[in-house]
Design a protein around this ligand. Structure first.
Ligand SMILES: *Cc1c(COP(=O)(O)O)cnc(C)c1O
Length: 232
């Protein structure tokens, strides 16, 4: 399948999911996850009009960021080690994986040095899988209170990864739980500005995520394909 036909196919499925759930297409941002593909493919994606790029490791993202930073918005979607914060903050426009206080402190300190604000998604482990990163849902409220002192961080929404399911419908409860958690947190008025965003849905389950309120879907394989690449 060519890149163009994959984009068309994803766009159709996305519009269908919007129709089914009474949502507006323009309320959903596609983030093209380019971690499995070359710089050339990432450039082709941007040429096709998808200007939000997601990457999960700085060493692999570096050449893409350098080539595309003027044209694209960059999202850091992978787990972020504290000692990698200096590489990423100031380059990536959004962080999707804020899940612990030590990381919040490191991001804040770096952002203060650069005199910038950093919009962040709080990553939540809704499924409870051991292998998944993220805050326990019950701890997110306290986490929001704890990061208030790091005023360079703007918590703009929640992010989660659902377990891979052969039947995508099985992920619905996870996405619904994340939406309910966001709505509940907004009602508590512990936030300076409401968290509007939900980063959820990947290749396997993005339609269900949209039906449950996703504002950003992170699409790798289904959108840009997967290429054999050298590690590095
Ligand atoms: C790799 C990755 C994606 C995209 O994965 P696909 O299943 O290929 O769409 C989305 N989100 C995160 C956090 C990822 O690491």
């Amino acid at each position: 399948m060519t890149l163009q036909s994959r984009l068309r196919d994803v766009e159709n499925r996305l519009e269908q999911a919007c129709l089914r759930s009474g949502r507006k297409r323009e309320d959903i941002q596609i983030i093209a996850v380019t971690k499995y593909v070359s710089l050339e493919t990432a450039q082709a994606v941007v040429r096709e009009g998808i200007s939000h790029i997601g990457e999960n490791r700085w060493p692999n993202a570096k050449t893409k960021w350098e080539a595309l930073k003027e044209q694209a918005v960059f999202h850091y979607i992978g787990s972020l080690q504290t000692n990698k914060v200096k590489d990423v903050i100031g380059k990536f426009d959004y962080i999707h994986s804020l899940d612990r206080l030590s990381l919040a402190e490191a991001i804040h300190n770096r952002a203060q040095m650069l005199d910038i604000q950093v919009p962040c998604f709080l990553q939540v482990n809704v499924s409870g899988e051991q292998s998944k990163q993220g805050l326990v849902p019950e701890n997110v409220e306290q986490f929001i209170l704890d990061i208030k002192r790091y005023d360079r961080i703007r918590p703009i929404g929640l992010m989660t990864m659902a377990p891979y399911e052969s039947e995508p419908e099985s992920t619905r409860t996870i996405f619904r739980a994340l939406r309910h958690l966001r709505d509940k947190l907004n009602e508590l008025s512990i936030l300076d500005e409401p968290m509007l965003e939900l980063s959820m849905g990947m290749s396997n389950d993005f339609e269900v995520a949209i039906e449950e309120g996703a504002t950003s879907v992170r699409l790798g394989t289904v959108l840009v394909g997967k290429e054999e690449m050298e590690e590095g």
